[in-house]
Design a protein around this ligand. Structure first.
Ligand SMILES: C[S@@+](CC[C@H](N)C(=O)[O-])C[C@H]1O[C@@H](n2cnc3c(N)ncnc32)[C@H](O)[C@@H]1O
Length: 283
């Protein structure tokens, strides 16, 4: 094979195999792969080769009949797109600090329920924890603001728990935050400090499953996740978020995503920020 000829390493998927695999992923995870044929071939070819598998049909047989769940986790780790970084779409964190938290503090008593849904390697969830620390300052011990952070990829969740990132990933944060909330490691990476790491709980969770929770959420971040869903799946997921949002609570989505305003019960506040209408005294 000529050096740099990556094409010849790619295993081709047939139309029928592709449709079957895309249908499986869409049905289980809501992810629309219909225009991602090259991504599938590119990301899975090496996996198939490493297993000595020569066709996608053979691979799917293995995947669909694997009762341990192990093969499925490896597959999800391959096909999900997990790009994220600290300070991403920073207007959201500013809105949280200047508008949402002052409002919520008036109506909540000592706890805020926060969910980072599709959290990738934890950057968003830790960023929210830093905002909580900044906002509450010396009052923070009187507030439980534990953040639930969920994803379907076991790979990113393992990274998230460690909280270690390259310098590139934190460069959008203010210098003061980098110093306050991270420890520089000998290899040049940065680890989120323990105080902030303790504020986030990571769990595996598929957004296609029913949402089960003890109390509704005051703040939900689901940014750059529904971009991988089609419109009906996005609408259904947004409706589930709405039911899981406390009165007066907020939903943050990615700036390149949109919610069908005619279909959603959320009130649109500004680009990518929605609120469940305040009901007096309610949660
Ligand atoms: C691009 S990352 C977004 C990370 C972060 N929210 C941000 O905006 O930077 C998208 C994440 O959504 C996760 N995801 C995709 N489909 C999902 C599903 N059905 N349930 C839960 N997480 C999902 C992927 O594994 C991936 O880590």
């Amino acid at each position: 094979m000529p050096i740099g000829d990556t094409q010849s390493c790619i295993l081709k998927i047939t139309d029928q195999e592709f449709q079957e695999l895309a249908k499986f992923v869409y049905g289980r995870y809501g992810i629309d792969l219909s225009r991602k044929r090259q991504l599938i071939e590119g990301r899975l070819s090496n996996t198939l080769r490493a297993k000595g598998i020569t066709s996608f049909s053979q691979y799917m047989k293995l995947l669909f009949n694997d009762n341990s769940g192990e093969e499925l986790h490896l597959f999800l780790n391959k096909i999900t797109t997990n790009h994220s970084y600290f300070g991403r779409e920073n207007e959201h964190f500013e809105f949280l600090m200047k508008v949402a938290l002052p409002q919520l503090e008036k109506t909540r008593k000592g706890d805020l329920r926060i969910w980072s849904a599709g959290c990738s390697a934890g950057q968003e969830a830790y960023n929210i924890a830093m905002v909580m620390d900044q906002y509450f300052g010396p009052r923070k011990p009187q507030w439980d603001t534990t953040i639930l952070a969920t994803d379907i990829s076991t790979n990113v969740l393992a990274k998230a728990k460690q909280g270690i990132y390259p310098a590139e990933s934190i460069k959008e944060l203010p210098e003061a935050w980098r110093t306050k909330y991270f420890n520089r490691l000998p290899n040049g990476n940065y680890q989120v400090c323990e105080k902030i790491r303790k504020e986030v709980v990571f769990r595996i969770f598929n957004l296609m499953d029913p949402f089960v929770y003890k109390k509704p959420f005051d703040i939900i971040f689901c940014r750059n996740v529904m971009i991988y869903f089609d419109a009906p799946t996005t609408n259904r997921t947004v409706e589930k978020f709405y039911d899981a949002t406390a009165n007066g609570g907020y939903l943050f989505i990615g700036h390149s995503e949109s919610i069908d305003k005619a279909k959603s019960r959320y009130t649109y506040l500004m680009p990518a920020i929605y609120q469940k209408q305040l009901i007096k005294g309610g949660r």
